[in-house]
Design a protein around this ligand. Structure first.
Ligand code: TYD
Length: 142
């Protein structure tokens, strides 16, 4: 079973240029899965929280394309908060990690690259069911 220690920041290529910097992602690198979907979260009102669930199978890569926000990761035993604020790095999150996004700055844009097409069946939205699924013994606060 994955833990918060299996999440990691991955640096993306950055082509600095006086006309404006450029960053890119290719199939299979450096994002460690084949991307089947991308979506983005934006116009988040101050104080709002997104997410608050785990995915049974889906892996994701989260990038702060603009502004900043925090990704709060929880594996049922440990909690880890990762602040994202660069458009040339991102956070890899494997499946079966409970996570939510918070502390969005004004005008921030969160891009999420996902390993699977959208499926409501892949979500675990109940924290108790998540804990049951991972058979965690040392529960911690969401
Ligand atoms: P959801 O992932 O539940 O967002 P959050 O966890 O932040 O509340 O998605 C919100 C809604 O958007 C939900 O009704 C499903 C829909 N949705 C899609 O149709 N396709 C997608 O790729 C995503 C991510 C969400």
């Amino acid at each position: 079973m994955n833990t918060v220690h299996d999440t990691r920041i991955i640096q993306l290529p950055k082509i600095p240029d006086e006309r404006g910097n450029l960053t890119f992602i290719e199939a299979g690198r450096p994002v460690p899965f084949v991307i089947h979907r991308s979506y983005w979260i934006y116009d988040v009102p101050g104080g709002e929280v997104r997410g608050g669930h785990a995915y049974k199978e889906l892996e994701e890569f989260v990038i702060a394309l603009s502004g900043s926000f925090d990704v709060v990761l929880n594996d049922g035993k440990e909690r880890k908060i990762v602040s994202l604020n660069r458009s040339y790095s991102g956070l890899y999150v494997p499946n079966m990690i409970w996570r939510h996004l918070e502390n969005f700055s004004t005008n921030s844009v969160c891009l999420i690259l996902a390993s699977l097409a959208y499926s409501a069946d892949d979500y675990i939205r109940d924290y108790e069911l998540y804990l049951d699924a991972i058979q965690g013994e040392n529960e911690c606060q969401r």
